[in-house]
Design a binder for this molecule. Structure first.
Ligand code: PA5
Length: 408
């Protein structure tokens, strides 16, 4: 279960409006886009087996996997595979279809010249330009290299009729659905996140089990997190910085940023979500956080169990004044850094919300992502906006498509 420590905001916010946040949480089940909330309970043995089967096929046949998708159709997958080591899965995973850079595409296709590869193409709407053009490149490459697409191309699409779905049916490729009631940024527990994880050899059943146990433990901590965020926003703290001391959680921060940014940034308001990785970013953003504009609050993520450590070895030939650290574990030193940063930032006028996730593994990540989805929905309802739409994104997509077609 995720635990929230509010002691770092006590000097900044007198009390939380928990009643309003509880009312906001009650709105989740009634919303037509709340299908994400029941994904852990709906996940069946057959769902897991289909995903694992496709994942094994990718791992057995390929040196590399290319994942095509934008926003919610790739950020969840990326967060999972960066945070959790794969066991026996495909060795290399590349992401494309989330940008329009010719340089990136040319470099990627060059990299793949001497690798056997498979492709996952994910787009819920099927109307996003980036994955659509990237898919054209990979269809050509796959046809030239392998002829038949069937064992090389895996399609993840919304459940409505779409060219992506019809194409999967025509070419005989494996097709995975994203339920219509699950929005892109809430889709990590569908094939949009889990298929790439399965191909990497990550235990996807454990990810879902983590989410399920978080769902079953109730929304109490997510409600408190949402209430604290909105309380701080009302008190003038407009930017939230998500900080982790685990470099492998960097992509998780990017997933978190999309979840909250796209859900809340509406109607001229919303907490601006930013993300940093400590201790590295203390040497780039630390100064600003400590002494810049005082409208920032931080959410610092820590894991109760990390499943790995390294010891700082003694070294008699190198006397740089750090010998007092010889023999200590990196995690121990990292924890001291976390405590020091928290104290310094609070002292500098930055309210700090502390989040403790259980473990830095499949179960812990599943629980954490479900926790954030719940907190995000509650927080957006509290702010008076729809957590599940993204009218601004649709707007740019439409304008860009029009310009590219030459009709504007
Ligand atoms: O949260 C969302 O809905 C968006 O960020 C989408 O995930 C993103 O725009 C990609 O959309 P699609 O999967 O339809 O290509």
């Amino acid at each position: 279960m995720i635990r929230l420590d509010l002691s770092g905001i006590s000097g900044f916010l007198e009390k939380l409006d928990l009643g309003a946040a509880e009312d906001a949480a009650r709105r989740i089940p009634a919303h037509e886009m709340s299908g994400w909330a029941v994904l852990p309970a709906a996940y069946s043995v057959a769902t897991g087996a289909k995903l694992r089967g496709a994942g094994s096929k990718i791992a057995e046949s390929s040196d590399a996997l290319v994942v095509l998708g934008a926003g919610g159709s790739s950020l969840g997958a990326r967060a999972l595979i960066e945070a959790i080591p794969g066991r026996g899965g495909v060795r290399e995973v590349y992401f494309a279809g989330d940008n329009l850079s010719g340089v990136h595409m040319a470099r990627l296709t060059e990299t793949l010249r001497d690798r056997d590869f498979s492709v996952i193409a994910a787009s819920k709407s099927g109307t996003t330009t980036e994955p659509a053009v990237a898919l054209r490149v990979f269809l050509k490459l796959l046809r030239e290299r392998y002829g038949d697409l069937r064992d090389r191309l895996y399609i993840v699409a919304g459940e409505h009729e779409s060219p992506m779905r019809s194409f999967a049916e025509t070419c005989g490729c494996a097709l995975f659905g994203i339920p219509e009631s699950v929005g892109g940024r809430y889709s990590v527990l569908t094939a949009a996140g889990l298929l790439t994880a399965a191909a990497r050899g990550i235990d996807i059943d454990e990810i879902v089990a983590g989410a399920r146990s978080e769902a079953e433990s109730g929304a109490g901590e997510a409600i408190r997190y949402a209430a604290a965020r909105q309380g701080l926003y009302a008190a003038g703290y407009r930017t939230e910085i998500f900080a982790s001391f685990e470099p492998d959680a960097k992509a998780l921060g990017e997933w978190w940023r999309q979840l909250f940014g796209e859900s809340e940034g509406k109607g001229g308001g919303g907490i601006f979500p930013a993300t940093v990785g400590f201790t590295g970013d203390l040497h780039s953003m630390g100064q600003y956080i400590q002494e810049g504009r005082r409208d920032i609050f931080e959410t610092i993520l820590e894991f109760g169990a990390r499943g790995g450590d390294a010891v700082i070895p003694a070294n008699a030939e190198f006397d740089d004044g750090f010998a007092f650290l010889d023999g200590r574990g990196f995690n121990d030193v990292n924890d001291v850094a976390a405590r020091a940063v928290r104290a310094a930032h609070i002292d500098g006028g930055v309210p700090v919300l502390g989040l403790e996730a259980g473990s830095f593994d499949e179960r812990g990540l599943g629980a954490l992502m479900y926790f954030f989805e719940t907190a995000c929905a509650v927080s957006a309802f509290l702010a008076g906006v729809d957590p599940f739409d993204q009218p601004g994104v649709e707007k740019y997509k439409g304008i860009m498509r029009g310009e590219l077609r030459g009709t504007d």
